[in-house]
Design a binder for this molecule. Sequence first.
Ligand SMILES: [Zn+2]
Length: 255
Amino acid sequence: MSRDTALEHLHPTFRQKVQQLQSELTKADLPFRLFEGFRSAQRQHQLYSQGRTTRGAKVTNADAWSSFHQYGVAADFVLFIDGKWSWDDKGPRKAWWQKLHELAATVDLEPLSWELPHLQQKGQQLAQLKAGHYPAGGDSSWAENLQQAILDWRGSPSAPPVPDAAPNRPELSNATSLSVDNVMEVQQAVQARVTARDGLRLRAGPGTSFDIKSTLKPNQLIYIMQHSGDWSQIDIQGDGLADGYCHSGYLAALR
Ligand SMILES: [Zn+2]
């Protein structure tokens, strides 16, 4: 699972601070770059497992949904020197990391004492995020990404609620659902051709004792809605409404 450095996956409030920090770093000529922003629950769990249930050294204390990265309100800045990432904090570089944290503080980003590159939204409570109380002002690029991460997660602990800012598709209007119903009825009806040379009587009910309503023409195409003994209930126009009954012996279904 790869790192995500997309700014649009960060919450807008946090994103703005990250961009401010990036410009401060450029002004100060410090070679820090955004190493990772949003992080999926799967990737967080994978990192958490490292040194616990899988090989390697421990790299995080947070399991899935317990890091600010899962909510797009944390970012890791790492030194990028001569085309390589560096976590070196020895000698003169120690001062660079201190300067990173100083500049971060000026834009209200908060470091963690045990994770040098990590910066997160100041004053944000993890419990609030876990409960789905996300910072105000979320936009759709942040919300859709978080929503996808929530829907993709099948593990434990369970995912938080989907953010409100994720767009909901509009409900089908009454007009739309009615026309869909009509189409379905017509599709269920079977189209048929009148095979009586002299035309076929359409009656009010399934039997010769019922009144004649009209006479269908030879080769006329109609729809059979349902059968009743030897009789078929007929829909002439295909509009889903019954027009009467004909004897089934003079109808040939087209399929
Ligand atoms: Zn981090």
